[in-house]
Design a protein around this ligand. Structure first.
Ligand code: ZN
Length: 150
């Protein structure tokens, strides 16, 4: 047991219960994502303006790990540039799938609470669902951005 375990559980539970980021954002980038092996099913919304994420939110159902992770991600993304968000996605994935111990920016330090999930391969998908969906959304944005310029 790690001394941080209780603290981490509390952080995860707080994010799971939080309603702050549970909403639909009209006119935002939107993608639905599901993790059938667990029953997680979420709609993710990213409002991007001039390469910066103005707002992030989600709706849907899922297990505590999936929803807590999505909630943390929305908090972490708000106000960040798309490039910064991609950096966070890579760090978060690294923590869960490559056993890395990344340094998150202070305002996104709650993300560390998810590191214990790396020990449970079935739950990694739950924790990553929102993040892989966000990655798809910003990748789409870049493609349409390039098209607009050409
Ligand atoms: Zn799940």
């Amino acid at each position: 047991m790690n001394l941080n375990d209780d603290l981490y559980k509390e952080i995860i539970l707080d994010h799971y219960k939080s309603k702050k980021n549970r909403k639909r954002i009209a006119d935002a980038k939107h993608l639905e994502a599901a993790n059938p092996s667990c029953g997680d099913d979420i709609d993710l919304y990213l409002e991007v303006e001039n390469g910066r994420i103005k707002d992030a939110a989600f709706e849907g159902m899922g297990c505590s790990i999936c929803l807590a992770s999505a909630d943390m991600m929305c908090d972490a993304f708000r106000g960040k540039t798309v490039e910064e968000a991609k950096g966070l996605i890579d760090k978060f994935k690294g923590m869960l799938t490559r056993n890395e111990m990344p340094e998150f920016p202070e305002e996104a330090a709650d993300l560390e609470a998810m590191q214990g999930v790396a020990k449970f391969p079935l739950r990694i998908k739950c924790a990553l669902l929102a993040w892989t969906t966000a990655h798809q959304l910003v990748a789409e944005d870049e493609r349409s951005g390039t098209e607009a310029q050409s």
